[in-house]
Design a protein around this ligand. Structure first.
Ligand code: NPW
Ligand code: ADP
Ligand code: K
Length: 559
């Protein structure tokens, strides 16, 4: 699984390798620069053609990101390019490795102070290298630096305008949060690029917030560092928190998922695949719950029952076939239904309603204890896992339930380790106003408080898994385990932002819980499959299409 790193984790990995004598900082910088040049030629093979004049403008900053820029300048020059290098800052103050590369570059070319750059420099340039700031950005991007990048961006519209390549991160972007650091609204955030080449591992900021649009495309250059060492993570002092997993489509992850999803195959009857109960709202309000129910059934729950108020039974009966239907007059009837130990996962929220009856239903669902509860097919794993609390049913809490929880501290206090909260940004802000305020405050200093921080804090406070939706869906549990399901780059599916899509996601997760998945695993797998369905269907997708795409995704996974 791909791990996303913070700037501090990246520095710690680098330091450990250097301290162990495995590599020097200078070697890492050389490999970084070489990795960038290789990535550029791979991305745009025409730039490699010999016998043609190619020109590059390299914009260097005062730290090691600038040092990488000097290496790129030298290597391009060695490949026959005309190269102009500009430096923001005082060359005498460059850190040691960057200074060595500044001097090496000085043997073949000149370095011009950034203050002398003019728009005309971009004319005829095939490449602009943004090496102002990387993981060390601590304050907003100086205007002096953002203007040249903006000018390059303007020039890109000219015939043969330059391709802009960001080293590590587009300068100005906080590598931990994906926020653009700024202290006012003066247009500094006019940055962007065509390609971001990062080193060793991608950083959190590439997959969060503005990073999703500013990085354009990410290539990871291998600079020969070892993977993050688990012992450091467990040992005292090593840059906690844990690295964040990126839910991607790499082969290892696909094989693991296929394996897990395929596990229930050989069970004997429908109830050994679990039984999910989804509560619906009143008359005319059942669509969201029906979408969730369809999602739960398609994802493999053996049986799915929709619980509706008596007045809404006929309306639901007219629309459901494989999904069973039952009436809940009040909380007592829910408690009675929950005597059925085969019901092993619940979903409350989509279209449920905001009245007193619904609140009582939530209390009944959260309070229920059933000592003989069937934990589902993956019994052993479920018993061992952190969310295992015998007798408690896993519950997905979405939509209206999140509003109830935001309004009532007692209700919030009833959350337990088998709950999963699935807020979108608005719901998150109602539920966790203090974390949302920190998250939405202007990001002026690096590292800025991120969506990962907010989701981890929320999971800790709630004592359960929180899945914070968006194109960058962040999932965390109270222990700090965290992952991102990012619908960007090769997994971009903006058409997933369609009415009812979140209800289907809630249903997917509920169905996986019924199948015995642990809460964190159910949330991660549900979110990943949700995006895969959208990718498989393509534009034009409506919420009803999402569950119907699952069989094809399963086929691809070999389930
Ligand atoms: N880690 C690794 O394994 C490898 C890392 N490598 C490369 O190193 C990069 C990280 O280098 P880095 O730590 O020197 O930070 P970088 O981003 O160049 O900037 C720091 C400088 O900028 C300054 N400064 C900050 N904000 C500012 C602002 N707004 N306005 C003005 N100044 C500001 C800050 O000054 P200070 O805050 O101390 O005053 C400091 O002088 C990384 O992204 C990658 O490209 C590779 O070589 C391969 C291996
Ligand atoms: N730009 C986007 N790209 C990909 N997925 C998105 C995007 N915007 C939202 N989503 C996803 O779409 C779903 C929307 O859910 P939600 O906001 O609850 O909508 P609804 O209430 O209409 O179902 C979530 O799973 C979210 O992660
Ligand atoms: K940069």
């Amino acid at each position: 699984m791909t791990e996303l790193l913070t700037a501090a984790q990246m520095r710690a990995i680098e330091k450990a390798a250097i301290d162990a004598g495995e590599v020097t900082g200078l070697e890492l910088m050389e490999r970084a620069g070489q990795g960038v040049v290789d990535a550029i030629f791979e991305e745009w093979p025409a730039l490699r053609r010999v016998g043609e004049t190619h020109r590059a403008v390299v914009l260097c900053g005062p730290g090691n990101n600038g040092g990488d820029g000097f290496v790129v300048a030298r290597l391009l020059k060695e490949a026959g390019w005309e190269v102009e290098v500009f430096l923001y800052g005082d060359p005498k103050k460059l850190p040691p490795d960057a200074k060595v590369n500044y001097e090496r570059w000085g043997q073949t070319g000149v370095t011009i102070p950034l203050s002398e750059i003019r728009r005309s420099y971009y004319q005829g340039a095939g490449l602009v290298i943004d090496a102002f700031f990387g993981t060390g950005l601590a304050r907003p991007l100086p205007l002096e630096c953002s203007i040249p990048i903006r000018d390059a961006y303007i020039n890109q519209d000219q015939p043969n305008g330059p391709r802009i390549v960001a080293l590590d991160v587009p300068s100005g972007l906080c590598a931990d949060s994906g926020f653009f650091l700024h202290d006012d609204d003066d247009g500094r955030n006019w940055i962007g690029c065509h390609l971001t080449v990062t080193f060793h591992q991608a950083k959190l900021g590439h997959y969060l917030e503005r990073g999703l649009t500013l990085c354009a495309r990410i290539i990871k250059a291998d600079i020969g560092l070892p993977p993050i060492d688990r012992r450091w993570v467990r040992g005292k002092g090593f840059v906690p928190p844990l690295p964040v997993a990126l839910l991607s489509s790499d082969e290892k992850q696909l094989a693991g998922l296929g394996n897990r999803l395929g596990k229930a195959k050989h069970k004997h009857h429908k109830y050994s695949h679990g039984h999910a109960l989804i509560l619906s709202g009143g008359v005319g309000k059942g669509g969201a719950a029906r979408l969730a129910a369809r999602g739960a059934l398609r994802i493999g729950a053996g049986a799915v029952t929709l619980g509706a108020p008596p007045a809404a039974l006929i309306e639901n009966a007219a629309q459901l076939n494989a999904i069973m239907l039952t009436a809940f007059k009040d909380a007592d009837s829910l408690t009675e239904t929950l005597q059925d130990k085969r019901i092993n996962a619940l979903c409350l929220g989509p279209g449920l309603g905001l009245g007193a009856r619904e609140k009582e239903l939530i209390v009944a669902a959260l309070d229920q204890r059933s000592p003989g509860l069937d934990p589902g097919p993956q019994t052993q794993a479920a018993r061992r896992g952190p969310g295992s609390s015998p007798g408690l049913r896993p519950i997905v809490l979405d939509a209206d339930v999140l509003t109830h929880l935001a309004q009532d501290d007692t209700l919030f206090g009833k959350l337990h380790a088998k709950c999963i909260l699935t807020p979108h940004a608005g719901e998150f802000a109602r539920l966790f106003p203090d974390f949302a305020e920190k998250l939405n405050a202007p990001a002026t200093k690096g590292p800025a408080y991120s969506k990962v921080d907010a989701t981890r804090d929320a999971a800790k406070r709630a004592g359960c898994v929180v899945l914070f939706k968006g194109p960058d869906t962040v999932i965390a549990d109270p222990s700090g385990r965290c992952s991102i399901n990012a619908s960007v780059y090769e997994r971009s599916a903006p058409w997933l932002a369609t009415a009812g899509s979140g209800d289907v996601l809630a249903g997917f997760i509920t169905g996986l819980l019924a199948r015995g998945f642990q809460p964190m695993q159910a949330a991660e797998t549900g979110a990943w499959l949700h995006t895969e369905c959208a990718l498989g269907f393509g534009p034009g997708l409506i919420a009803e299409d999402i569950p119907e795409e699952l069989p094809k995704v399963f086929q691809k996974l070999g389930v």
